[in-house]
Each structure stands twice: as structure tokens, then as C-alpha cells.
Design a protein around this ligand. Structure first.
Ligand SMILES: Cc1cc2nc3c(=O)[nH]c(=O)nc-3n(C[C@H](O)[C@H](O)[C@H](O)COP(=O)(O)OP(=O)(O)OC[C@H]3O[C@@H](n4cnc5c(N)ncnc54)[C@H](O)[C@@H]3O)c2cc1C
Length: 397
């Protein structure tokens, strides 16, 4: 069976590796011109994501990728008063893994290197334009005029998935949240943090974590008007930093120290919520990762869910001869979990925007926000990939 995976991002590479573990061959294509060496700022992998990556045998490669463990969160109001904390000290014993902060490009490099080592073919510089199911397969057309036939196609092509749009032209598009995320890192004179530090400022939300005198910071800027796609990339990083400093002019320390020490922002990204899709598959086409269910970055779960999807879909394809049965089982196992995290992210995002509307309202919403956060993280982090599980559809009946 010829399996073509569109997108060699986190979900696509993880799927290649998971299929290889299940003894199934596939090919990946991606529009990026070459293997990843840079790009993006940093991300947090949640304990469930670390466990999913571990199940793909990536633990030792990840250790050499410059990530560091960080569990738990502390929240501060605009006056710098600590208002709450989510403890993370016991994450390792409770969930079997700690969260890890790492540069996005390093994670991507690890995944692509592992795919290379496993001899999974990745073709770069190939942008998918259209996907159409024929009687006995799927035809994929590329922007250079070439086309390819496969038995099944997996859309791992991110939040603006072309596979999704080509397969379900009526599917809803991502909705702009009113938030632009901006971030980077800075050399600082601060001790290591043990928990991520979250500041609900009067004009913007600011988060950071410090390791070995480097602060990894991000800020959520309320921006009512949705930017055009690609518009923010044209704005120089220094311009963003000036804007972020201005928004945090009255922020407490060490927020101002971190921003004073930053050379520039790494970039800025508009944040979207993806409305739930009625389904993620047809007979021969299936979506994973952000293409199926982009969750808000505020959840810290997007990358982790992408790896979980990959492992589960590979097991479903391993245990079901018919792709459609495999896709149905994958949907049964994954959709409710992803959608509850999407909803969680939507609620956090609303509260971040609301937090700029005044301290009384902000502090009130925080109480709800934190209560919700504590029970949600428990459910999210507990998830376990079990490669011995039988994913055959009839096994359910
Ligand atoms: C600002 C920001 C911060 C975030 N922080 C976190 C965090 O801390 N923790 C976390 O878990 N998640 C975070 N996320 C979410 C996380 O980045 C995504 O959930 C994750 O990248 C999804 O992986 P993916 O492989 O599905 O999609 P992507 O990583 O977007 O990969 C899609 C791939 O498909 C390729 N592609 C796209 N279109 C085509 C096409 N037509 N043809 C061929 N190839 C194509 C792209 O080049 C890309 O390589 C954040 C997101 C943002 C925007």
C-alpha cells in the first residue's frame, strides 16, 4: 500500500516514525525547500507529549537537543502579586514525565534526523495544490505541475491544511482569536525558574522561563483586527520588540529586565482557533495534527497531540487491513480528546484578552481560569500511548 504523508512537520515526521515502528512504509512531502535548520521560537512539550515521543524511541535524541525540564506554573497579577500556582514537582512520579521547553527548530531537527535514520523518504520543495480521490486511489497534484497517485493520503500539513480544503471545501477555516503571540529569548541576570512564570499584565500577557541565564519569553498582544496571512512576517523583529516593550512599559520586574536584555523578538504569530470538523477522514484521506484540530498554543498541547495522533493512527493502520476501518477507529480514539483541549484553549484565550479589560475583572476571571487549568492538565498529562493495545475496529464490538 502506498501511503503519502503531506507535511513533514511535527505530526508528519512523527507519523513516518510511528508507521515505521508498525512495519509500514510511507513517503513524506513538504513545501519547505530543505531540512529544518532554523525557524520559530520555542515550545513546551507536555508530559503526555514527552511520553508519546518516548514511545517512538526518541528519548535519547531529545536529550541532546538542548531542551530542559520545566513543570508547573506560577501566576502573577499586574501588580506582581503571586495569585496562584500549579505545582509540577510531582509530574514525573504522577504522570511518568516532566514538561520540556525547547527551541522549535531543534525539535523539528530531531524528528527529521530520526526519520532520515529510519530511512523514511522526505521530499522537500513539494507543495501540494490539490487532492482528489479516484475509484482506486488518491491523486495528489503539486505546484510544479507534477502529480502522484497513492493508495492513501494523510494530511499532516498544519492549521491551513491544503489537504483539508481540497477534500472538504466546505470545512470551516481557522478563526482569528484577537491575539498575536510574540516571543524570543534573551541573556539575563536571573536565576533558573523551576516553574513557568505567567504575568497577567494590564496591557498584555507575558510568560517566561529561565535556564542557564537565558530567558525564554513570549507575550500575547491583543490585536482586534485579523492580520492578512503572511502580513506579520513582513514586520522586522526589532519593530515587534519596540511594540512589546511599549506594551509592558508599566510591567513589574523581571518582565522589564527580560525585555530590556532582548536583542530582538524572534517573530510574531497571529493565533487562531480551529472550529471542530464533522470528520477527519474519507475512505482514503485522513487528517492528523493541526490539520485536524489545531488547539490554541495557550494549552501547550498542539505538538504533543500531533505526536499522539501519529502513534494512534499508525497502530490503527497496523491493526486494520482496510484503511477506512483504521481511520474510523483513529477518529473514535482521538476526536473527543482533541476537541476538549480545543475548547479548553478557547476559554483560556478569551480570558487572556479579557485580562486587559481591568484588574477587577482580570483577577476574577483568573480564579475560574486556574480552577479549570488544574483539572484539565491532569486529564491531558495522564494520556498514555500503549503500543500493545489492539486497535482493530472489530475488537471494539
Ligand atoms: C506561536 C505558537 C506557539 C506555540 N507553542 C506551542 C507550545 O508551547 N507547545 C505545543 O505543544 N504547541 C505549541 N504550538 C502549536 C504547535 O506548533 C502545533 O500544534 C504543531 O506545530 C502542529 O504540528 P503539525 O505537524 O500538525 O503542523 P506544522 O508544525 O504546522 O507542520 C505542517 C507542515 O506541513 C507543511 N505544509 C503545509 N502546507 C503544505 C502543502 N500544501 N504541501 C506540502 N507541505 C505543506 C509545512 O511546511 C509544515 O512543515 C504553538 C503554535 C504557535 C503558532
Amino acid at each position: 500500500m502506498k501511503i503519502l504523508v503531506i507535511g513533514a512537520g511535527i505530526a508528519g515526521c512523527a507519523l513516518g516514525l510511528a508507521l515505521s515502528k508498525a512495519g509500514i512504509a510511507c513517503k513524506l512531502v513538504d513545501l519547505k525547500p530543505a531540512p529544518t535548520t532554523a525557524g520559530g521560537a520555542f515550545l513546551t512539550l507536555a508530559p503526555n507529549g514527552i511520553k508519546a515521543l518516548r514511545s517512538l524511541g526518541l528519548e535519547s535524541m531529545l536529550e541532546g537537543a538542548g531542551g530542559f525540564e520545566q513543570s508547573g506554573l506560577e501566576f502573577f497579577n499586574a501588580n506582581g502579586r503571586k495569585i496562584a500556582a500549579i505545582k509540577g514537582e510531582n509530574d514525573l512520579s504522577v504522570y511518568g514525565a516532566c514538561g520540556v521547553v525547547m527551541r522549535r527548530a531543534r525539535l523539528q531537527e530531531v524528528l527529521e534526523a530520526a526519520a532520515l535514520k529510519a530511512e523514511i523518504p522526505i521530499e522537500y520543495g513539494r507543495q501540494v495544490k490539490s487532492v482528489s480521490e479516484t475509484g482506486d486511489g488518491v491523486k495528489v497534484a503539486f505546484d510544479d505541475g507534477s502529480s502522484e497517485q497513492a493508495d492513501i493520503v494523510i494530511g499532516a500539513d498544519g492549521i491551513w491544511s491544503q489537504v483539508r480544503r481540497a477534500t472538504w471545501p466546505q470545512a470551516p477555516n481557522p478563526l482569528y482569536t484577537g491575539i498575536v503571540d510574540c516571543g524570543g529569548w534573551a541573556k539575563v541576570d536571573l536565576p533558573d525558574t523551576t516553574r513557568q512564570q505567567m504575568h497577567f499584565g494590564n496591557r498584555a500577557f507575558f510568560g517566561y522561563t529561565v535556564k542557564d541565564k537565558t530567558a525564554y519569553w513570549f507575550t500575547n498582544i491583543p490585536e482586534a483586527i485579523a492580520p492578512e496571512r503572511g502580513e506579520l512576517e513582513k514586520i522586522a523583529p526589532e519593530v515587534w520588540l519596540t511594540k512589546v516593550r511599549e506594551l509592558n512599559r508599566e510591567a513589574v520586574e523581571p518582565v522589564r529586565h527580560i525585555l530590556a536584555m532582548a536583542d530582538s523578538a524572534i517573530g510574531a504569530w497571529p493565533l487562531y482557533n480551529m472550529p471542530p470538523l464533522p470528520t477527519w477522514h474519507t475512505r482514503r484521506v485522513c487528517l492528523i495534527g493541526d490539520a485536524a484540530h489545531a488547539v490554541s498554543p495557550s494549552t501547550g498541547q498542539g505538538a504533543s497531540l500531533a505526536v499522539e495522533d501519529a502513534a494512534v493512527l499508525a497502530m490503527c493502520l497496523r491493526d486494520n487491513a482496510e484503511p477506512q476501518r483504521a481511520f474510523e477507529r483513529y477518529l473514535d480514539v482521538r476526536k473527543a480528546r482533541a476537541e476538549s483541549i480545543m475548547e479548553f484553549g478557547r476559554q483560556i484565550g478569551d480570558r487572556k484578552v479579557a485580562s486587559t479589560m481591568g484588574s477587577w475583572f482580570r483577577d476574577l476571571t483568573l480564579v475560574f481560569f486556574l480552577r479549570m487549568g488544574r483539572s484539565a492538565t491532569k486529564e491531558q498529562y495522564s494520556y498514555q500511548i500503549d503500543w500493545n493495545a489492539n486497535m482493530a475496529q472489530e475488537h471494539l464490538q
